[in-house]
Write a protein that binds this ligand. Structure first.
Ligand code: NDP
Length: 254
């Protein structure tokens, strides 16, 4: 059935940052689509606890700091332990920090690049090695419109550079593995309601600027990003690889 192509029955997914925000929405939707999901984050949230209790067969959670160099290997092993295979990786965990370029210190730079670029690189490396053994899989990286434009009014040079790098990592991985059954794509969200943006949304001036620059005139809900991730993770996108799916309410049209 054509609509079954959007399902993930008998598939397993590793989703980083699955305890809140966009990652939690992806976890919920993938579970509804039939996948069994290994979720990871540093902390457990009440929403995550409820999800684990409601669907113990569908979800497992392991506490992990994705910046640990061994995190990728441990997460792949945990997914195999729980479900036997690893079919889908969603590299979603990420952090943001604002500041002027000329004052952006090394600790902040390491924190942003370590979480948003080095960690997804290492985790994807471990996941792809497993997918090659299995004969295929899909990777969905979470980029950002910040990989294309300078945000305003907030300055966030390291974040923007990390997301541009994720987009290019996506394209290059897609090129390398296209002939071996592994598709690699990314989503590039605009402003989404989450813990990451709640400070800006609560700031009247930032809220006005963000809204005015989004032609749809509103922020996205995490579930709208989950829909994009499901398309890219599922057979519905079987001929799509190396794509950065921008979902931004029109932000980057002008
Ligand atoms: P949240 O701040 O709500 O979620 C961030 C997630 O990343 C949490 O699950 C957090 O869990 C996890 N995380 C952060 N650091 C680590 C770490 N070192 N180890 C393990 N997990 C970690 O933000 P969003 O849901 O909005 O962000 C999700 C992704 O979407 C990010 O990559 C972000 O850059 C991207 N994005 C978001 C946009 C937005 O407008 N919200 C726009 C464009 C892209 P914990 O803290 O418990 O470890």
């Amino acid at each position: 059935m054509p609509l079954d192509q959007f399902r993930l029955d008998r598939k397993t997914a590793l989703i980083t940052g699955g305890n809140r925000g966009i990652g939690l929405a992806i976890a919920r939707l993938f579970g509804e689509a039939g996948a069994r999901c290994l979720l990871t984050s540093r902390s457990e949230t009440p929403e995550l606890t409820a999800l684990l209790e409601e669907h113990p067969d569908r979800y497992r959670w392991v506490q992990e700091d994705v910046t640990d160099p061994e995190a990728g290997a441990r997460l792949v092993a945990a997914t195999l332990d729980a479900f036997g295979t690893l079919d889908v990786l969603v590299n979603n965990a990420g952090v943001a920090a604002n500041g002027n370029f000329h004052e952006f210190d090394d600790a902040q730079l390491d924190y942003i690049m370590g979480t948003n670029l080095i960690a997804p690189f290492r985790i994807a490396r471990a996941a792809v090695a497993q997918m090659l053994k299995q004969g295929g899989g899909t990777v969905v990286n979470v980029g950002s419109i910040s990989g294309y434009v300078a945000n305003k009014p907030q300055l966030q040079v390291a974040y923007n550079a990390s997301k541009a790098a994720i987009h290019q990592m996506t394209k290059t991985m897609a090129f390398e593995y296209a002939g071996r059954g592994i598709r690699v794509n990314a989503i590039a969200p605009g402003y989404v309601v989450s813990d990451m943006t709640k400070g800006g949304i609560a700031n009247a001036e930032w809220n006005r600027i963000w809204t005015e620059n989004t032609p749809m005139g509103r922020f996205a809900e995490p579930e709208e990003m989950a829909n994009c991730a499901l398309f890219l993770a599922s057979p519905a996108s079987s001929y799509v690889t190396g794509e950065i799916l921008v979902a931004d309410g029109g932000y980057t049209t002008h």
